[in-house]
Design a protein around this ligand. Structure first.
Ligand SMILES: CC(=O)N[C@@H]([C@@H](O)[C@H](O)[C@H](O)CO)[C@@H](O)CC(=O)C(=O)O
Length: 303
């Protein structure tokens, strides 16, 4: 029962900026409302898609506050509090706990290549700072650190550790983490391109950076899996992958393109923060095509 709320489709929440590039409460609220209307199961706030790495502590705290004020009690709220120092991570963790988040999450330490003992200590100190449950964030392609099943097992000795958001590419990693943790842990699929495969290999749900651009499609993919309609799930994943490839093939960064897609879908969350690149003039026409791909897939698969 305790883990039931950590299932389903949990979009990674985007950084919402005003026209000057500052965090916007109004635009954060607009993204919250849009996701609530789409009936997603929760949001993952302040992670990669939240551009956490480009924001200062006060900005990150204000995003956590705005989302909690808008969505608390309406869906599951997970706060990503990973930061370069343990000190800042703990400050964010305490802030999220005071706001009533359902769980914390954090990447391992970044920049210096630290040993497992330091990673263990970093996560453990965050966990001890609040009563909240904790979800490890494994994303080796950006942090350079790969979570091993043995460190995962060691972390699970702490009962506040309830699972892992796994963004490494092999779906076998999901199977291994699930094997170590069993039914008492949740494993989230991270790579959106293999959501269906990740779920079949044991993921309980997904947290993803492209979900909010097309929540209908991921909710439907999950539904197909729950109904045992594997052929339909495979077809919708293939369509999702065409869309993701298009999102990643523009001059602007994937997040800039997604934000333009959202704009066309009626939600203005501003642009991206440098050094992420914004969209180009050429991208604009092609983004019309991406929105059409999303609309067509929704018409085809979502009844
Ligand atoms: C490496 C990476 O950024 N992975 C993304 C994916 O959702 C990714 O954007 C998607 O699969 C498209 O490649 C997520 O796992 C990250 C995420 O959910 C987050 O914290 O924003």
């Amino acid at each position: 029962m305790r883990l039931e709320k950590f299932r389903g489709i949990i979009p990674a929440f985007y950084a919402c900026y005003d026209d000057q590039g500052d965090i916007s409460e109004a635009r954060t609220n607009a993204l919250c409302d849009y996701l609530y209307e789409k009936k997603v199961n929760g949001v993952y706030v302040g992670g990669s898609s939240g551009e956490c790495i480009y924001q200062n502590l006060e900005e990150r705290k204000s995003v956590l506050s705005y989302v909690a004020n808008r969505l608390k009690g309406k869906m599951t709220l997970i706060a990503h509090v990973g930061a370069p120092s343990t000190r800042d991570s703990i400050e964010l963790a305490k802030h999220a706990a005071a706001l009533g988040y359902d769980a914390l999450s954090a990447i391992p330490p970044i920049y210096f290549k630290l040993p497992d003992s330091s990673v263990y200590k970093y996560w453990s100190e965050i966990i001890e700072a609040t009563p909240l449950d904790f979800i490890i964030y494994n994303i080796p392609q950006t942090t350079g650190y790969t979570l091993t099943p043995s460190l995962f097992e060691k972390m699970l000795a702490n009962k506040k550790v309830i699972g892992v958001k796994n963004s490494s590419m092999p779906t076998m990693d999901i199977e291994r983490f699930k094997k170590v943790g069993g039914d008492d842990v949740v494993v989230f699929n991270g790579p959106d391109e293999q959501f269906v495969a990740g779920r079949i290999m044991g993921a309980d749900g997904g947290i993803g950076g492209t979900y909010a651009a097309m929540p209908e499609l991921f909710l439907q993919a999950d539904e197909f899996l729950l109904q045992g309609k594997f052929e339909d799930a495979k077809l919708i994943q293939s369509q999702i992958n065409d869309i993701i490839i298009a999102l990643c093939s523009q001059n602007g960064s994937m997040y800039a393109v997604i934000k333009e897609v959202l704009q066309r879908r009626g939600v203005n969350v501003g642009g991206v923060r440098a050094p992420l690149e914004g969209i180009s003039e050429e991208d604009k026409g092609r983004i019309d095509g991406i929105v059409q791909m999303i609309d067509k897939a929704i018409q085809r698969f979502c009844k």
